[in-house]
Design a protein around this ligand. Structure first.
Ligand code: GUN
Length: 297
């Protein structure tokens, strides 16, 4: 059990920021010991275009890499870059033995085929876990690189509920390739009974009411309120939605935090819940990728 829990009158607030810091400290120590063995873990981040949010995310990733001692390389390319130029850059990074992880920041400009780009990354360097080789490996329960956000969510769940999640009813709200589907696969790997609900599901509320674990990843502000949840549910809110409230900009999740925080067993806040875990697990995947590649030599 982790100590990164605060108690309110009823629910535990799962402190993702504190847990992410713990993970970063673990990584820092492991990077140091890898360097002693002559391996310097290295992450290459590729950013195409000038989406302001992507620039902020990339800056954060580079900062956290520096913090943990991971070497980082940044490749910025203009929005009008040809797909072939980007693919050539990926090929170069694939063959560069000093680079262990490759991340192409999404979304890409509309003229570039995202799938073709993600499929070009060497699966052993695919720190996003988006290559079909890794997606397939996860669904077969093999030890492969897995997407950072859902992997971070599993850590938060284990810190809250203990390492054994087997037999628990898990409901994932949302079926995206980045979060919903890999989250369901990871929960299944932990032997949970997993249900995915989505926009076409009938009786979403009744299904959510069966959840011991509920993971919300739909991008609908405050969609899940207390009428969706039983009192011993552990709630992981992946949503990050910008809304206007009382004339002010505010970040909220897919869960109505104020409504549920005194009725459920534990919940992640937004911000400060899942968000910081994503970057921490990107660093962990880079370390894992470096380890796997060292074994291959
Ligand atoms: N853009 C938003 N989230 C992600 C992510 O998890 N990985 C990448 N590569 N781009 C993103």
């Amino acid at each position: 059990m982790n100590i990164a829990l605060h108690t309110t009158t009823e629910a535990h607030i799962i402190d993702g920021k504190a847990t992410a810091q713990t993970v970063l400290e673990e990584i820092k120590a492991e990077v140091e010991s890898m360097k002693v063995q002559g391996i310097e873990p290295c992450l290459a981040v590729v950013l195409v275009g000038d989406d302001p949010a992507s620039h902020v995310y990339v800056r954060n990733k580079v900062e956290k890499a520096q913090y943990t001692g991971i070497r980082s390389l940044e490749y910025r390319m203009p929005a009008e870059t040809h797909a072939e130029t980007l693919l050539k850059q990926i090929d170069e990074l694939n063959t560069d033995a000093s680079v262990h992880g490759i991340l192409v920041q999404l979304p890409l400009p509309a003229h570039i085929d995202e799938t073709a780009v993600l499929q070009r990354i060497d699966p052993l360097k695919d720190v996003d876990g988006f290559h079909s080789e890794n997606v397939g490996g996860l669904s077969q329960g093999r030890d492969v690189l897995t997407p950072c956000t859902p992997t971070g969510c599993i850590r938060l769940l284990k810190d809250t509920l203990g390492d054994d999640l087997s037999g628990l009813n898990a409901v994932v709200v949302g079926r995206s390739n980045i979060v919903g589907k890999p989250m369901a696969a990871l929960l299944l790997k932990e032997s949970c009974t997993v249900t995915i609900v989505h926009s076409r599901t009938r009786n979403i509320q009744d299904i959510c009411k069966t959840a011991d674990i509920l993971v919300a990843a739909v991008g609908k502000p405050k969609m899940i309120d207390s009428s969706y949840l039983k009192s011993d549910a552990v709630v992981i809110d992946v949503g990050i939605n910008r809304i206007q409230e009382n004339g002010k900009n505010r970040l909220v999740g897919d869960v109505d935090f104020e409504d549920v925080c005194n009725t459920v067993k534990a919940i992640t806040p937004v911000p400060g819940g899942v968000g910081p875990m994503t970057i921490a697990y990107l660093m962990k995947n880079t370390l894992e990728a470096a380890r796997m590649q060292a074994k291959q030599i």
